[in-house]
Design a protein. Structure first.
Length: 102
């Protein structure tokens, strides 16, 4: 995260247990205190290639901390995150504060 320029954005694909395991708690607190955790989007099992585990997309902006968009997607996650997907539109609207079409 230190390499992320001010105003920059990182999108990480992580195992879902990042959101709750104790060993990641201090890093979650660090992110929430120093960056804008713009979105946490849960994906179903198998979205992380070659695994059967649940995963998340974590969107982090190098700006002041702020509100977080949270969603849990189902088996139609590919369509939901596609260019016409409702989840993508909702996330972009929250993250960028716009209602423009993606």
């Amino acid at each position: 995260m230190q390499a992320l320029r001010r105003g920059g954005r990182a999108v990480l694909h992580l195992p879902a247990n990042f959101t709750y395991i104790t060993s990641c708690e201090s890093y979650r607190q660090f992110l929430a205190s120093n960056y804008r955790v713009a979105a946490v989007i849960g994906l179903p099992r198998g979205a992380m290639i070659s695994t059967g585990i649940r995963s998340i997309l974590l969107v982090i902006d190098n700006t002041d901390p702020g509100e977080t968009f949270v969603a849990q997607l189902g088996e139609d996650w590919i369509a939901q995150l596609g260019s016409e997907g409702a989840a993508l539109r909702a996330a972009v609207s929250h993250i960028d504060g716009s209602t423009e079409k993606v």
